[in-house]
Design a protein around this ligand. Structure first.
Ligand SMILES: [Zn+2]
Length: 390
């Protein structure tokens, strides 16, 4: 019997408490941290996590490690709103966190206050044995479409995400600043973002529940045989994913400005094929077309936030295998041998002089996991997520 079962039942009974459920076997094993409802209009993750703890409460034993599920934005969840004052999933850059540390808590807006609480929780969970921590960040989308996964491009993230056999998106760290993924990624922690389906669709809860169970087995918290109905969860995800188990990297983001009248054209869905020049949306300036061929991702039908839509393109399996191999071999240590390329020894930052290294494509840096790029005059500064906790 799970030792703190009664405590667990108490906690799951109160919908407005921070903790949805927690269990610790007090034996070695992975430490799973589920985040749900970071966006307050996305309740499916909370419901899915509740189902997991209800099932764990009826099981005899078999869990090796620790699992906790945390609600993200409590006031926004209470109001079924994405956020109250600002998007809680865009506040995690180093500069924003430094500013928060200097700010008087009495001056916090709603999300800053939530962020302080979450920071305390997160820090508590990663105090010991950071290598064994897996963060699972549950979301849903405004548009219909199949479930998918978003990761920072590290081998440790791939190891947890790829076995789900759902589409996996790489490259969000290049396109969006200040997400929780940026915060965890910069610290070398495993962090998997899951989009389970459309807001309000009951199957989104089923999808997220299945994805949690499969992640628990992949990470070793519990064996396949011990999960009730594991075959059903596996076939649910196989069916929900429509057999699209591609790895996709972002090639375009259409950003919006507050008040620019952005409006997505009707009836677009996640992963539909789009062609360069195809009209997808409009704003006060007129029609908006995609400049790239690819798959449409996260078309924004909720008229909130500054991400209009994204376009991604499939990464060939050869490149995935090749990039895993060169990273295992530590081939990135030879990057400074290329003309115009410099690297601080042992760091995850590479500098490329565009004048000298103009023949180098961004693809070469992607191969080694250097996905974030900024320009500093003639220098391109590439950074990547550390493979180990820092
Ligand atoms: Zn979300």
């Amino acid at each position: 019997m799970i030792p703190n079962d009664s405590n667990l039942q108490d906690r799951t009974a109160h919908a407005t408490t921070r903790i949805i459920g927690e269990y610790d076997s007090n034996t070695p094993g992975p430490r799973i941290v589920i985040l749900a409802g970071v966006h307050g209009n996305e309740h499916a993750g909370v419901e899915a996590a509740k189902r997991i703890f209800t099932a764990l409460g009826t099981m005899e034993s078999g869990v090796q490690g620790r699992i906790i599920a945390i609600r993200g934005n409590l006031p926004a969840l209470g109001r079924e709103a994405r956020f109250i004052d600002c998007d809680l999933n865009r506040m995690w850059s180093g500069a924003t966190l430094d500013a928060l540390a200097l700010q008087d808590p009495a001056d916090d807006n709603t999300e800053q206050s939530e962020q302080r609480e979450l920071l305390c929780r997160i820090e508590k969970e990663i105090q010991t044995d950071r290598k064994s921590v897996v963060f699972l960040d549950l979301h849903s989308t405004s548009a219909p479409g199949i479930p998918f996964v978003i990761i920072g491009d590290t081998l440790r993230n791939r190891r947890i995400a790829f076995p789900l056999r759902l589409p996996v998106i790489l490259g969000f760290e290049e396109a969006i600043e200040g997400t929780l993924d940026e915060y965890f990624g910069a610290r070398g922690l495993v962090h998997i973002v899951v989009e389970g389906g459309q807001h309000g669709d009951p199957t989104t809860v089923d999808n997220l529940e299945a994805i949690i169970w499969l992640t628990l087995t992949t990470s070793g918290l519990i064996s396949h045989e011990q999960v009730p109905g594991i075959d059903g969860h596996r076939s649910r995800i196989r069916d929900a994913g429509g057999g699209v188990s591609a790895v996709v990297e972002l090639v375009h983001r259409h950003g919006t400005e507050d008040g620019d009248g952005f409006h997505m054209d009707d009836d677009h869905i996640n992963f539909e094929t789009v062609r360069s020049g195809q009209r997808l949306a409009s704003d006060r300036s007129g029609a908006i077309v995609t400049p790239k061929d690819g798959m449409l991702l996260l078309p924004n039908y909720q008229n909130i936030g500054n991400d209009g839509f994204f376009v991604g393109r499939r990464v060939r399996k050869f490149w995935l295998r090749f990039s895993a191999m060169v990273r295992h071999l530590g081939a990135d240590r030879y990057l400074p041998l290329l003309p115009g390329v410099r690297r601080e020894p042992g760091s995850d930052v590479v500098y490329a002089n565009r004048k000298v290294a103009r023949w180098l494509t961004v693809k070469i840096f992607h191969l080694f996991g250097f996905r974030k790029c900024r320009r500093d005059g003639d220098i391109l500064v590439f950074t990547r997520r550390p493979e180990r906790p820092v």
